[in-house]
Design a protein around this ligand. Structure first.
Ligand code: GDP
Ligand code: MG
Length: 163
């Protein structure tokens, strides 16, 4: 069985860009505006000779249980349930948000191995801007740039460590 990796995080942090990077495809819809990918989206990836499946999700907003937003939260929870490991994506440029805290809290209850990827971190690997994300209680932050292909290999090394 291939390990399944779910990408979760609030809209616009770069999940779909990371999905494309991990699958080397252009299948996921990458939007210049928040929340276009409404549904789960599956892709095949390969890293260091190991195959995996990655799930892209549309977003997460647990505080507003109505309409499309609730549907997106549902999809995220379904993806987490299907996954062996979760990559929780946050945005180094936007900084920590209340929604990030909500997702971290949800992931703690989900009882799944979860890694924290701090995306849009091109040129800020040693930056103090990354330190605030330790507050999420997700352990070591993995700085990545999905758009520039930085940090992806070491993120995948960590994600696939147990498989
Ligand atoms: P999603 O809503 O989480 O799936 O986010 P998207 O993948 O659609 O990306 C949202 C926006 O962030 C797009 O404009 C992307 O081009 C941009 N983006 C994604 N990854 C990076 C990155 O590593 N660095 C920068 N600067 N922008 C990024
Ligand atoms: Mg997306």
């Amino acid at each position: 069985m291939k390990p399944v990796i779910a990408l979760v995080g609030r809209p616009n942090v770069g999940k779909s860009t990371l999905f494309n990077r991990m699958t080397k495809s252009r299948d996921a819809i990458v939007a210049d505006f928040a929340g276009l990918t409404r549904d789960r989206h599956y892709g095949d990836g390969k890293h260091a000779g190991r195959s995996f499946i990655v799930i892209d999700t549309g977003g997460f907003e647990p505080e507003k249980p109505t309409g499309i937003v609730a549907k997106m939260a549902e999809q995220t929870q379904a993806a987490v349930a299907e996954a062996d490991v979760v990559i929780f994506v946050v945005d180094a440029r936007a900084g920590l948000s209340a929604q990030d805290h909500d997702i971290a809290r949800y992931l703690r209850t989900a009882n799944k191995r979860a890694l924290l990827a701090v995306n849009k971190a091109e040129g800020m690997v040693e930056s103090p801007a990354l330190a605030e994300f330790f507050e999420l209680g997700m352990g070591e932050a993995h700085p990545v740039s999905a758009a520039h292909g930085q940090g992806i290999r070491s993120l995948l090394d960590a994600a696939l460590d147990d498989f």
